[in-house]
Design a protein around this ligand. Structure first.
Ligand code: 13P
Length: 253
């Protein structure tokens, strides 16, 4: 089963509108007219409209937001609805990032509400999962991933899952410079695919794309991507520079 790789840039709390546009103009020149991988940019909320505008002539790059609220509207000060994101033209929404889980206290139940709301609106979720160092040291990688997948994806069906991307991001590898070895990534991805198979069937498991995230750089992309169950990358720090992100996209192809 061949799965088209998907490489996403998670800019986190970096780049306002002007810097986002500057990145896109430079990236556009570097990446050329075609790419063997799907490319997604996830700017901060405030930079999404400018990014969308800058991408108006691009067939290659899609847009994601880094979060959303699950309600359509209401008294939720500081939150952004899926409808608002659709109005801008967002294709994907990242949910369940470990920074949302650990810093903002998001749990699998909340992530599940967001996943369900996104599918109801036909916006594709990128659902992040991953264990902490403590959990890995205590041999809990599989139980943590199984719980995050089972509870986070509850109520979704096979059709929903074919529109979902999973991002395996071991928390200890995020922003630390410490990448999971290709074997560690492959083990976690293979297990993730196995659990997806149990929950949604073998066809979904064979077709769903699973990204790796955590200190991905141009130099380690090809080796990570050569693992049979690694279908892409969710890139933080190394996605902030257009040269480095374009190299990652090329090396993933
Ligand atoms: P780094 O690539 O900076 O480790 O961040 C990974 C990440 O959290 C992407 O969502």
């Amino acid at each position: 089963m061949s799965r088209k790789p998907i490489i996403a840039a998670n800019w986190k709390m970096h780049k306002g509108p002007a810097e986002a546009v500057e990145f896109i103009e430079e990236f556009d020149n570097l990446i050329g007219d075609s790419s063997p991988v799907d490319i997604v940019l996830a700017p901060a909320f405030v930079s999404l409209p400018a990014a969308k505008q800058a991408l108006v002539n691009s067939d290659l790059v899609q847009l994601a937001s880094q979060n959303c609220h699950f309600e359509s509207h209401g008294a939720f000060t500081g939150e952004i609805s899926i409808g608002m994101l659709q109005e801008i033209g967002v294709d994907y929404v990242i949910i369940g990032h470990s920074e949302r889980r650990s810093i903002f206290g998001e749990d699998d139940g909340l992530i599940n509400q967001k996943a369900q709301a996104l599918h109801a609106a036909s916006v594709k979720p990128i659902v992040c999962i991953g264990e902490t160092l403590d959990e890995r040291d205590n041999d809990q990688v599989e139980s943590v991933l199984r719980r995050q997948l089972t509870d986070g994806l509850k109520g979704l069906d096979a059709a929903n899952m074919l529109e979902t991307v999973i991002a395996y991001e071991p928390v200890w590898a995020i922003g630390t410079g410490r990448t999971a070895s290709p074997e560690q990534a492959q083990d976690a991805h293979r297990f993730t695919r196995e659990v997806i198979g149990e929950l949604f069937g073998e066809d979904v498991a064979a077709r769903i794309r699973i990204q790796y995230g955590g200190s991905v750089k141009p130099g380690n992309t090809a080796e990570l991507m050569s693992q049979p169950d690694v279908d892409g990358a969710l890139v933080g720090g190394a996605s902030l520079d257009p040269v480095s992100f374009s190299e990652i996209c090329k090396n993933a192809g």
